[in-house]
Design a protein around this ligand. Structure first.
Ligand SMILES: *[C@@H]1O[C@H](CO)[C@@H](O)[C@H](O)[C@H]1NC(C)=O
Ligand SMILES: *[C@@H]1O[C@H](CO)[C@@H](O)[C@H](O)[C@H]1NC(C)=O
Ligand SMILES: *[C@@H]1O[C@H](CO)[C@@H](O)[C@H](O)[C@H]1NC(C)=O
Ligand SMILES: *[C@@H]1O[C@H](CO)[C@@H](O)[C@H](O)[C@H]1NC(C)=O
Length: 412
């Protein structure tokens, strides 16, 4: 099927030569030492994922899947997805309480969306006369486990989009400002009947709502991405509560999506079992595939390694387990952390297969493992958008060599 590793390697040598002819542009690159985000190039984040916990620049942004065009069915694209998108390290509960729950991400939903995250996993609870994003003890949300409101229902007359901080407002603001973007929400839903329709109606998001009756049954293709965009059906919402599909028009996730086991059990190399609620991974009655890859107890240090080679390796395992389908959603904790190309790279790799049939001819330039971590952070080199983008593309080419051997190992 794909070109042999040898071809990739010689292509990589050519790219390396090309890269050598381009002096590095301003801005630190993947794997370079840094002290803050401002010291890294565009699309990069400064994380303590280097050797010994040193801070290095890591990728935060996948290549926009739409660079492959928007003319394919939605199920031919792969979207970076954040697990518990709202559970931010260091967050104080919007109730004012100090939060004792584990956390899974480091930047706001707005910042995640700006980085290209397009799948959001949210746990919804009825709490304090509103719907909150929360963790629970025995199914109950408390001040000390409640992060933020999904929407501010108490102010329903003003509509939650006018209120201060709530996640649906962040999503609405982003969809309004970015008319070609599609977002998927996966709800781990603990709310009672009637709660969600109220907040979604108050959110100003219904105009983007992708209706259940347009979702493909029996594993058919989704509409073309460009048609979803032109029809403005740019918000997909899935719930974990089966009854809500018939009663509230919120799609029951596992009618449309197969999903592998989450947590430690889902991270065993070479295995990609489905989670208990999901049909088997190779069930063809669902046309979307979601891959979870995060530990049961989130760890900001452990994630650096897990979000790198093991993630890309699991992508292939889940592809094989899913009837040769590449995952459409790649869900991780701390998506900006890795000691290689991370979840953005895994997203690029999947899109290289599904969205672009010319993959293998070096159209995808992904950046893996850091090794020149000793360069000091030059700081103040944050360049304008154009040259920063150039810097990023240069570093991507120069990191191609490492990746090509990784890919050769994994995929061929
Ligand atoms: C694949 O990617 C290349 C380069 O980005 C682009 O020129 C080509 O049109 C893409 N093919 C498809 C089918 O999207
Ligand atoms: C929870 O927070 C609310 C404020 O949002 C406060 O009114 C309430 O007393 C708190 N409950 C507890 C048990 O601390
Ligand atoms: C994955 O995460 C676990 C838990 O934090 C950790 O023990 C393990 O070392 C990590 N794996 C890699 C390859 O870093
Ligand atoms: C779209 O995805 C299907 C299923 O994964 C695959 O068979 C097909 O080749 C993809 N189409 C393109 C143009 O890549």
């Amino acid at each position: 099927m794909a070109p042999p590793g040898r071809l990739l390697l010689s292509a990589a040598v050519v790219l390396l030569l090309l890269a050598a002819q381009h002096p590095a542009a301003a801005g630190q690159q993947v794997g370079d030492a840094c002290s803050s985000d401002a010291g890294c190039g565009a699309g990069l984040h400064c994380s303590p994922c280097g050797p010994g916990g040193d801070k290095i620049c890591t990728r935060a942004k996948p290549i926009d899947p739409a660079t492959h065009g928007t003319g394919l069915p939605f199920n031919n694209y792969t979207w970076l997805t954040t697990h518990n998108s709202y559970a931010l390290a260091g967050a104080v509960s919007a109730t004012g309480a100090a939060i004792i729950s584990p956390t899974n991400q480091e930047d706001t939903v707005t910042a995640q969306l700006k980085n290209g995250v397009r799948g959001l996993m949210l746990d919804t609870y009825d709490f304090n006369n509103d719907v909150w994003l929360c963790h629970s003890f025995g199914g109950t949300c408390y001040n000390i486990t409640a992060f933020v409101r999904l929407c501010d229902q108490l102010n329903i007359l003003l509509s939650c989009v006018l209120k201060t901080i709530n996640v649906l407002k962040e999503i609405q603001t982003f969809l309004d400002a970015n008319p070609s973007e599609v977002i998927t929400i996966f709800l781990e839903d603990y709310t009672a009947a009637g709660s969600l329709p109220k907040v979604f109606k108050a959110s100003g998001l219904m105009k983007y709502w992708f209706p259940v009756d347009k979702m493909p049954k029996s594993g058919g293709n989704w509409p073309l991405l460009k048609d979803m965009i032109s029809q403005n059906l740019r918000l997909l919402v899935f719930t974990s509560k089966k009854s809500k599909e018939a009663s509230e028009g919120i799609a029951y996730e596992w009618n449309y999506v197969v999903e592998n086991q989450y947590g430690n059990e889902g991270m065993v190399p070479g295995k990609c079992p489905s989670r208990s609620e999901s049909p088997p991974m190779d069930s063809k009655s669902q046309s979307l595939v979601l891959m979870n890859f995060f530990t049961t107890d989130p760890s900001q240090t452990g994630v650096c390694g897990n979000n790198s080679a093991p993630l890309v390796s699991m992508l292939k395992t889940c592809h094989d387990a899913s009837g040769n389908r590449w995952p459409n959603y790649i869900a991780v904790d701390f998506y900006m952390r890795s000691d290689g190309g991370g979840a953005p790279l895994a997203t690029d790799v999947a899109n290289g297969h599904t969205a672009n049939s010319t993959f293998g001819t070096c159209v995808i330039p992904p950046p893996p493992p850091p090794s020149k971590a000793s360069k000091p952070d030059s700081g103040g080199t944050k360049a304008g958008d154009a040259s920063a983008a150039l810097a990023q593309s240069n570093h991507q080419w120069s990191f191609f060599l490492g990746l090509s051997s990784l890919l050769a190992l994994l995929l061929w």
